[in-house]
Design a protein around this ligand. Structure first.
Ligand code: NI
Ligand code: MN
Length: 228
């Protein structure tokens, strides 16, 4: 059984009982986060891109836990240059097997700078995560794109994690269209309400996707969902 904990914004912990995979750990500085970053002990950290609200606490957590940081090549190299011992730099369309399962990097339409100097952080990505017999799609920050149809065609997605906050990413209406393209069994909205700029109504999103036969799971920061 898979346990998916939402730590707010785009941060999820995927736990299959053996391995803990943390995505985009933006905890410190997140006004809605309910957890202390020091309490998290992932084996793997996946980064969709280098913006501060995704890179977040990665460097501290990775160094403390000796977690393997997996990202695009540029961002993985950046983390290594900051003292992270274990990094894997993959790239869009590529993937690899890891102890927890397989990972594939998808496109995402967004920017990606890294660190305080806003240096180039490579292309932003999304992830197809195959773990414990399930397929999870974390889109990262992205606008709506037509290739989501292809992503939905290549894998039967059990659960999609999609931004709905608008301004920097898809809004509720575009995210509902994304669900139509991806055809996941379930969807969890993310990347909303953290800041005033990205206020959105997850209930409105739920209303739009449920007629498509897709269950919308709304999680508050700190809540988890058991994917069976
Ligand atoms: Ni971003
Ligand atoms: Mn973001």
């Amino acid at each position: 059984m898979l346990n998916l904990t939402f730590y707010g914004h785009a941060c999820f912990l995927i736990d299959d009982g053996k391995y803990k995979v943390l995505v985009d750990p933006y905890i410190t500085g997140n006004p809605l986060a309910k957890v202390d970053a020091k309490k998290l002990s992932p084996d793997f950290i996946l980064l969709t891109h280098g913006h501060g609200d995704h890179l977040g606490d990665t460097l501290d957590i990775a160094k403390r836990c000796k977690a393997l940081v997996i990202s695009n090549y540029e961002l993985a190299t950046f983390c290594a240059s900051k003292g992270v011992e274990n990094t894997a730099g993959l790239h869009i369309g590529g993937g690899a097997e890891f102890p927890f399962g397989t990972l594939k990097l998808t496109i995402a339409h967004h920017g990606s700078t890294q660190g305080e100097k806003l240096a180039y952080g490579g292309n932003p990505v999304g992830f197809i995560i195959r773990i414990d017999g399930k397929v999870i799609y974390h889109s990262g920050d992205t606008g709506l794109f037509m290739d989501m149809k292809l992503i939905g065609e290549l894998d039967e997605i059990d659960i999609a994690l999609l931004p709905i906050g608008g301004y920097f990413t898809m809004d509720v209406s575009d995210a509902a269209k994304a669900v139509e393209f991806l055809k996941p069994k379930k969807v969890i909205p993310m990347h909303y309400d953290t800041f005033d700029l990205i206020k959105a109504d997850p209930m409105e999103f739920a209303k739009r996707v449920e007629p498509l036969g897709v269950e919308c799971v709304i999680l508050q920061p700190g809540e988890y969902y058991k994917l069976v």
